[in-house]
Write a protein that binds this ligand. Structure first.
Ligand SMILES: Cc1cc2nc3c(=O)[nH]c(=O)nc-3n(C[C@H](O)[C@H](O)[C@H](O)COP(=O)(O)O)c2cc1C
Length: 277
């Protein structure tokens, strides 16, 4: 479910130019005399009519203050006021005007906000995180993430996978040494989660556990947490240490925590045609 805010304009083409080229929006739906723009999951539309509706204000918010400063520098010619703190709302903001004279706010929330990420942004911005802050993961957040992971698809809906939450520092340090450089992210995280599956419950233990693990990785990212797939964990010594029966499949043990780095550039991907041999 989502929604759209519509406003009237007399000059759709100037607004298209402004919102696409200056504010990095994309056209979500072009209906001719009405165009709906998208900025993340913010949907707003303009319809060409014989009057301008510009009493509204459009607010674009960014991941960090630098982005607000960068956008402000780009839009200085149409600025109304430069970036300042707004203590009342605990935001960092500036104002510019669009070609209709409509107020546009560019802001950063100083406090973390509830999640809002659009689906494609979730997939495209997810990165493997190998360094974490010391911030603890609120237990309610961890429970919410694991609860959402119950909706991972499984072979014949057998749901034979399970999670083991590892909080013990000695165990995390031991795990981090099992495959040297490959497993070091485990030493740098507040917790880790092992994703396993019981082959007596599912005939596809490996598939089910891997899919559940990826659900965990994506859900964690949606809620602002970082993870990294660690390969080669389906080993007797690791299962023994974690209390996982030797016959169960261990897909991975992922570190979990608040990323120490943000807005990381994606490692280069091959062009689509190479994935379509
Ligand atoms: C099957 C698999 C095994 C991986 N093993 C490790 C690992 O042992 N250690 C590690 O730091 N990253 C590991 N990764 C993470 C990859 O290096 C990472 O996904 C890749 O470089 C692309 O980066 P991105 O996830 O940020 O897009 C693994 C990823 C996959 C899918």
């Amino acid at each position: 479910m989502s929604g759209i805010l519509f406003l009237k304009t007399k000059d759709l083409s100037s607004l298209k130019d402004f919102y696409i080229n200056n504010l990095n929006c994309e056209i979500w739906q072009d209906q001719g005399d009405c165009v709906i723009f998208r900025h993340g999951n913010f949907l707003f539309g303009f319809c060409e009519r014989d009057e301008i509706e510009n009493k509204a204000m459009l607010t674009f918010f960014y991941e960090n203050r630098d982005d607000v400063d960068r956008m402000y520098a780009k839009l200085k010619d149409v600025s109304v006021s430069g970036p300042t703190e707004n203590d009342k709302y605990n935001i960092y903001q500036c104002f510019v005007k669009d070609p209709d004279g409509r107020m546009v706010e560019l802001q950063y929330f100083n406090e973390p906000v509830s999640q809002y990420m659009a689906g494609d942004d979730l997939i495209l911005t997810r990165r493997s995180i190998r360094k974490f802050t010391d911030e603890e993961i609120p237990p309610a957040l961890l429970e919410k993430i694991l609860d959402i992971c119950r909706y991972a698809p499984t072979s014949r809906n057998t749901q034979g996978y399970y999670f083991k939450v590892i909080e013990d520092r000695d165990t995390l340090d031991w795990l981090s040494e099992t495959r040297q450089a490959s497993t070091t992210p485990l030493a740098r995280a507040p917790i880790a989660i092992a994703i396993c599956a019981d082959p007596t419950v599912t005939a596809r233990a490996d598939h089910d556990a891997c899919i559940a693990a990826y659900h965990l990785i994506l859900t964690a990212w949606f809620y602002g947490l970082g993870t990294c797939w660690i390969g080669g964990m389906d080993r007797e010594d690791i299962k023994d240490r974690l209390g996982i029966p030797p016959t169960h499949y261990l897909a991975t043990v992922v570190p979990l925590g608040y990323p120490a780095e943000r807005n990381m550039k994606a490692p280069k991907r091959k062009p689509l045609k190479e994935f379509l041999p």
